[in-house]
Design a protein around this ligand. Structure first.
Ligand code: DSN
Length: 425
């Protein structure tokens, strides 16, 4: 056995060698602890996950897959990857898992690599309607090299327009249909997507990056029985390391593995794969299942309380960890709201809302999520308070941290995060 006093991380050594970067690590910890973290795609991962990330597994080159590597010395990292694969398969009830994607975007790239040739058609949700950059936007490889056709949401319900998905699928006969995105507050009807894909002979790809943690905790229905392939990130509600992964049907296992490596990536990041294994173990516990349910309960309370103070959640509410809030009723843009919230110690992001009259860098909305605050132990009572803090900061505050409202709200935020700390001392 190795000396168990050293696994790779030694903060004292970093502090004495590189106080600049050690200082950044400390001040980032202060930032996390000092504010309300409401970015829907972020979370507060555990010390166990962070320990695996900061380990000597970072040193190892291991191109290939367990038992089939292009380098010697891979026996130990093979164990880590095999554990991660088996845990992912068990957690999601999947035939096959690939845990090597460096990020959600890399996992998504592999879907194009496995099933499409340049010029082929993909049908996916438009980014301004809640989709994602990698779902065929013009600035991404996905829109430059592939023919992307986009669906949106229904004007009345603001939820996915399934009739439009069906009509576009019949018209364009896409190779791949993608469900999922980055600002969808409602559950997705995977059965309907499957039926549409089957009718036109398309692959059904679910990008579950945002909600996979809720699936892991069995708090919402799983896309795995319906989709050919499900890609996801591991750092959002799932609360693991910053990374990606995918699960798929057995018949696509070889194609997906080849698309990740050697088509899209080189050497896998073995320290991150070990951290994903830790994360999958955490996500299989009853405590995590309760967490996933609490995330949704908090999110629904936050949306309801914001509606009460005149900040309207699109679709009228949420089924998930996030709400998309239309600020037009309070006469503030998303950009201004983000700046005012920031000055008051509330971290959130501006976001386009469906049919947004503003440019994306201004936006008419904000997106808020409850993964981090729920990890910190906050519950529905705190969500009522947070709604009031957001409302005050956004409608009466200022981008100037010295403004009276910014200071007043920030003092309440400090009190709240002191009672519910991230990484308690
Ligand atoms: N950037 C992520 C998000 O915030 O939703 C999606 O990739």
């Amino acid at each position: 056995m190795a000396d168990d006093t050293f696994y790779g991380s030694d903060f004292g050594a970093l502090q004495s060698f590189d106080p600049d970067i050690a200082g950044v690590l400390l001040s980032e910890l202060d930032r996390i602890r000092g504010g309300l973290q409401l970015i829907a795609s972020e979370n507060v991962s555990s010390p166990a996950v962070l320990t695996a990330l900061g380990s000597t597994l970072s040193n190892k080159y291991a191109e290939g897959y367990p038992g089939r590597r292009y380098y010697g010395g891979c026996a130990e990292v093979d164990k880590a990857e095999t554990i991660a694969i088996e845990r992912a398969k068990a957690l999601f009830g999947a035939d096959h898992a690939n845990v090597q994607a460096h990020s959600g975007a890399s996992a998504n790239q592999a879907v194009y690599g496995a099933f499409m040739a340049p010029g082929d058609t993909i049908l996916a949700m438009a980014l301004p309607m809640g989709g994602h950059l990698t779902h065929g936007t013009k600035v991404s490889f996905s829109g430059k090299w592939f023919n992307a056709v986009h669906y949106g949401v229904d004007k009345q319900t603001e939820d996915i327009d399934y009739d439009q998905v069906e009509a576009l699928a019949r018209e364009h006969r896409p190779k791949v249909i993608c469900a999922g995105g980055s600002a969808i507050p409602r559950l997705i009807d995977f059965e309907r997507f499957r039926a549409i894909a089957d009718e036109v002979g398309a692959i059904l790809w679910v990008d579950a990056a945002h909600f996979i943690g809720l699936v892991a905790g069995k708090a919402i229905p799983s896309p795995v029985p319906y989709a050919d392939v499900v890609t996801f990130t591991t750092h959002k509600v799932l609360r693991g390391p910053r990374s990606g992964a995918l699960v798929c049907k057995a018949e696509h296992a070889t194609a997906m593995d080849k698309a990740i490596f050697p088509m899209m990536q080189g050497g896998p990041q073995m320290h991150t794969i070990a951290a994903k294994a830790v994360n999958f173990k955490e996500a299989a516990t009853p405590e995590y299942a309760q967490y996933a349910k609490d995330v949704i309960a908090n999110s629904q309370q936050l949306a309801a309380s914001l509606l009460e103070v005149g900040i309207r959640p699109t679709t009228g509410g949420t089924d998930t960890h996030l709400s998309l809030l239309d600020l037009q009723g309070v006469g503030v843009t998303g950009k201004v709201a983000e700046e005012r919230a920031d000055a008051a110690g509330i971290v959130l992001n501006k976001n386009a809302i469906p049919f947004d009259p503003q440019k994306p860098n201004i936006a008419s909305g904000i997106r808020v999520g409850t993964p981090s605050v729920t990890t910190q132990g906050m519950g529905v009572e705190e969500m009522k308070q947070i709604a009031s803090l957001i409302h005050r900061a956004v409608t009466q505050g200022d981008a100037d941290p010295d403004h009276a409202t910014s200071k007043e709200v920030r003092a309440e935020v400090t009190d709240l995060v002191t009672r519910f700390p991230a990484y308690p001392r």
